[in-house]
Design a protein around this ligand. Structure first.
Ligand SMILES: Cc1cc2nc3c(=O)[nH]c(=O)nc-3n(C[C@H](O)[C@H](O)[C@H](O)COP(=O)(O)OP(=O)(O)OC[C@H]3O[C@@H](n4cnc5c(N)ncnc54)[C@H](O)[C@@H]3O)c2cc1C
Length: 499
């Protein structure tokens, strides 16, 4: 049988992982990336000797035998990554009501640590942990099972985060603290399904890790796997058009008019942008309209701080800080004083475990805040935009200094990004942080499946199953499973871990 050609549009984690799996299976893989740098959200940039991650701060489930460990072992990169496990007894510090609450790794440890702050709530916290464990155990690919997703039975996953917590407890502080890291999924309490909260929190509680010296190493290692299996990853190739013959895609065309013939196309980019590449009536307008109508998660404003040498200690945990009576800052965003909350962390470097060389501070930012510059391009948005970013950065730093006193004394200089930056670097509509917003009461509509109505077009990446390193890894497995079979693929992953 002739070797099948696969074109993958986009070299984000989803594109690279599907490229790894299919190239391992003997497919002839070509990844086409629009940017100079590969990796999408795994991209980094360097300033004054500091490496800044743009979309991977920490990841989960990488202890031996845990779920992401198993996937990465199968891919062949687990021994190649330089990882630092975050503090076991407090990998997250949630600040709410001017009080700090630690999230510990290990489910028992998580319970015991929080019970110290909420001595009367042992039962509630234990129930919460058991509930997120139970939900996570029901998702086959989060447990490496060959069972298919039971889409028809999904009504039990239609509970929103707020519906769950309202039945769990009346303790408002505890509710907020347990949702204190909701920036991890840019959640809206009445809309986001509780299963999303569960899958994410459960896997980070299992174990949490930082990549040392930048997230781009993950993209580099994945590219090596593709190349070692005979595939190629081409940069500066922006795909603009999918060319059809008899209802099948026969080639893809780049901005420069270069054409690549193919048997299969996998799109790692936002489905809306994929549909824009399809002319005429190759897809039903009902499907096109449905996808276009989906809401995306809110974007981020980020400050990337270069620190003065040896002035700020490296912190092996993240801070999620909240300034108002609710941790849900993305909800009613425009009615609140900005910034309502922020996340702050020190990236891990091999230079020092004692001092940090840089600091990253993130807060939500709606695309509407930057909409007036939507027709501008990176580094050419003009003085008014630069002034806007400076004002926002100083405002955010004022709030951060309420907790981290005199932080400005440690700052050498800083850089900033807005949703426009993400729109232009990763192509995500309106610079959305995590792509399509999953809606608990509209699940089947907001979940994109890997298989499309076009026989040889598949989706992958954060807009399918879920965002995040684990979520996108599982999306990639789902996509490849449509091509090579889920049982076959999962068995291969299981076998590779038995070796
Ligand atoms: C600020 C921020 C912080 C985050 N922090 C974490 C974290 O701490 N932990 C975690 O697990 N997850 C985190 N995430 C989420 C995680 O990084 C993403 O969910 C994941 O990396 C997305 O991967 P992807 O492959 O779906 O898409 P992307 O990374 O968006 O990749 C898409 C790729 O397609 C390319 N592309 C777009 N259009 C075209 C075209 N026409 N032709 C060719 N190429 C094209 C883009 O340039 C890009 O390289 C964070 C995300 C953000 C935004």
């Amino acid at each position: 049988m002739a070797i099948k050609k696969v074109i993958i549009i986009g070299s984000g984690l989803g594109g690279l992982l599907t490229g790894c799996i299919l190239s391992k299976e003997g497919y002839n893989v070509t990844v086409l990336e629009k940017n100079r740098q590969i990796g999408g959200c795994l991209q980094v940039f360097a300033r004054k000797g500091c490496i800044f991650n743009t979309g991977l701060n920490y990841t989960e489930g990488l202890a031996e035998g845990q779920i992401l460990y198993k996937y990465f072992k199968y891919i062949g990169i687990i021994d190649k990554l330089k990882l630092r496990r975050m503090d076991i007894d407090g990998f997250e510090i949630v600040t709410f009501n001017n009080e700090e609450y630690k999230f510990a790794q290990g489910h028992e440890n998580f319970i015991e640590t929080l019970v110290q702050k909420f001595p009367d709530e042992r039962q509630t916290i234990t129930k919460y942990v058991n509930d997120i464990k139970k939900i996570s155990s029901e998702f086959p690919l989060y447990n490496l099972s060959t069972e298919q997703y039971q889409m028809a039975g999904w009504d039990s996953y239609e509970q929103s985060v707020s519906e769950y917590f309202d039945t769990l407890t009346e303790n408002n502080i505890l509710k907020n603290v347990l949702c204190g890291t909701s920036m991890l999924y840019a959640g809206l309490p009445k809309i986001t399904p509780f299963y999303i909260h569960s899958l994410i929190n459960h896997s980070f509680i299992n174990s949490s890790w930082r990549l040392i010296d930048g997230s781009h190493h993950l993209a580099i290692e994945l590219t090596k796997v593709i190349k070692s299996n005979g595939g190629i990853v081409l940069r500066n190739k922006e795909v603009k058009k999918l060319i059809f013959k008899d209802k099948k895609i026969t080639s893809v065309e780049t901005k420069e008019g270069e054409q690549f013939n193919t048997d299969i196309v996998i799109s790692n980019i936002h489905p809306v942008n994929t549909l824009k590449m399809i002319e005429g009536n190759q897809v039903y307008s009902a499907y096109r309209n449905r996808v276009i109508s989906l809401q995306n998660t809110i974007g981020m404003f980020t400050i990337y701080v270069v620190l003065k040498e040896n002035t700020f200690e490296y912190q092996n945990y993240n801070h999620y800080c909240h300034n108002s009576s609710s941790v849900w800052s993305a909800e009613n965003y425009f009615e609140k004083e900005w910034p309502d909350s922020y996340m702050l962390y020190t990236p891990a470097t091999s230079k020092s475990e004692k001092y940090a060389d840089s600091l990253i501070i993130m807060s939500y930012m709606s695309f509407k805040d930057v909409e007036k510059w939507e027709n501008t391009w990176i580094e050419q948005r003009g003085e008014e935009y630069l002034e806007f970013k400076k004002q926002r950065a100083e405002k955010l730093l004022d709030v951060v200094e309420n907790k981290f006193k005199n932080l400005r004394n440690s700052i050498n200089c800083y850089y900033t990004s807005t949703p426009l930056t993400y729109r232009d670097y990763t192509g995500t509509p309106e610079g959305s942080s995590y792509g399509i917003l999953k809606e608990s009461k509209n699940l089947l509509k907001t979940i994109i499946l890997p298989k499309t109505k076009i026989e040889n077009l598949f989706f992958t990446g954060q807009n399918l199953n879920m965002h995040g390193i684990l979520g996108v890894t599982i999306s990639s497995v789902m996509t490849c499973a449509e091509i090579i079979g889920q049982e076959y693929l999962v068995n291969k992953i299981i076998e590779s871990n038995a070796e």
